[in-house]
Design a protein. Structure first.
Length: 433
């Protein structure tokens, strides 16, 4: 399906009467619709996270009636289907809805260093039903009228996938002259329904809300404390302490930070999930609960019911400029689990109140939640992002582990050093004690 301009819309519904007057009326109505649905000044931006056609049996129909009265009575003479048209329509829906957001100034075209979760929302659009009614009187060649009915589910979600609004909208067309243009009418109706959803007071309230919807008050979290083991100098031991996180949407990485199954990853890896799958280096796979999470620092704490796990001791020290570090995680594909890359700390950065460690070690999609390990075998950061752009290489970022203590209230203690007693010198011969 193609985008339909206001001019085409005007021409399409032109019927008897003054052509000029009707074109002007449609253009005015279209302009009013755009104005009502337009992003309010200073409002949050939207991205299309999902735009699909989900039609089950009975959700797509083409019914033929011998007259308008038979249509009102629901007495059809035959049913048709044309699913090929809707496979094509579904494939182009995301592009279609994105073009509507551009028209309404909802698409953020500013270049951001990192995503702004407080100022960004996600839109889900799912076409659930489409019904065509065609009128073909007996002894008449061709169809004399056509109607379209459409049902669409809309969801407005936070940057991290929390459902804020869920609504189903329904629209029915006026009588169209024959069967020509019925599929174009589907485009027009989808366009109108997107406008209707975005123009609602409920959506406007979320768009103009000044804060974030995934806020967590760390002061309400109870501290979690445990003691880690001594660090290992073996890279293979570090690899065993990094796992792969498998979610419905893909995969990420996680760092094991305790022998009894605590892991840390990124908030954006788990989003609204309450449970994820964890796959360890030895092939074991198990469920892990999402115990707590914090969007401000993009961290989440998981708990798998496991024991005796190889883990990385957590260091709360600041990263040193130029020190050697290693990134361990599952980049690109789960077949590449526990991949290791080496680099240095290129700098420490502050971006919109978030502290980050910059590294030139290779970071790719799927590394999120993986480990930034110092050469002494301690965890100093959780890999979270990579700066992407033409000709840009070697700019990755990790969340400092101090945020585990500050934001997630996780306190990891180093193992106690064994107490040693210095040997006493022997008494000189004949000298009193």
């Amino acid at each position: 399906m193609r985008n339909v301009t206001a001019a085409f819309l005007a021409a399409f519904i032109l019927t008897a009467g003054s052509a000029e007057a009707q074109v002007n009326t449609v253009l005015l109505e279209d302009k009013k619709s755009v104005q009502e649905a337009k992003r309010p000044e200073g409002g949050k931006y939207l991205t299309v996270d999902l735009a699909v056609v989900e039609l089950e049996e009975g959700d797509l129909t083409e019914s033929v009636y011998s007259s308008e009265s038979m249509r009102r009575k629901g007495r059809t003479s035959r049913n048709l289907t044309n699913e090929k048209q809707f496979i094509e329509f579904s494939n182009e829906m995301e592009e279609q809805v994105t073009s509507y957001l551009v028209e309404l100034d909802y698409l953020d075209t500013t270049e951001h260093f990192l995503p702004d979760y407080r100022n960004s929302l996600k839109l889900w659009v799912t076409v659930q039903e489409i019904h065509f009614d065609l009128i073909k009187p007996k002894r008449v060649t061709g169809y004399t009228a056509g109607y379209v009915e459409m049902s669409v589910d809309f969801e407005l979600r936070s940057h991290y996938g929390k459902t804020l609004i869920k609504e189903t909208l329904f629209k029915e067309s006026d009588a169209l002259p024959g069967a020509e243009g019925l599929y174009d009418e589907v485009d027009l109706m989808l366009h109108a329904l997107v406008h209707e959803f975005l123009a609602s007071e409920e959506v406007k309230a979320k768009v103009t809300f000044g804060g974030g919807f995934d806020f967590v008050d760390e002061n309400l979290l109870d501290p979690i404390s445990f003691t880690s083991s001594a660090p290992s100098s073996k890279v293979n031991d570090w690899r065993e302490a990094v796992a792969t996180i498998i979610t419905d949407d893909g995969h990420g990485s996680a760092c094991v930070i305790s022998a009894d199954g605590y892991l840390v990853t990124n908030f954006h890896v788990v989003e609204q999930s309450e449970e994820v799958r964890v796959k360890f280096m030895d092939g074991r796979e198990t469920a892990a609960r999402v115990v707590r999470k914090h969007p401000d620092c993009d961290l989440a704490l998981l708990k798998a019911e496991q024991s005796g796990l190889r883990h990385l001791p957590v260091s709360y020290r600041e990263a040193e400029l130029g020190e050697t570090v290693f990134v361990i995680g599952t980049p690109a594909d789960t077949l590449l689990a526990q991949s290791v890359s080496r680099g240095i700390v290129s700098g420490t950065r502050e971006y919109e109140g978030v502290s980050l460690i910059q590294t030139d070690a290779k970071v790719n999609g799927g590394n999120s939640g993986g480990a930034l390990v110092s050469k002494d075998g301690t965890l100093i950061g959780i890999v979270s992002a990579k700066y992407v752009g033409y000709g840009i290489e070697g700019i990755g970022f990790a969340v400092p582990t101090i945020r585990l203590r500050d934001k997630l209230k996780v306190e990891v203690s180093a193992p106690a050093s064994p107490v040693t007693t210095a040997p006493q010198p022997a008494n000189p011969k004949g000298k009193k004690k």
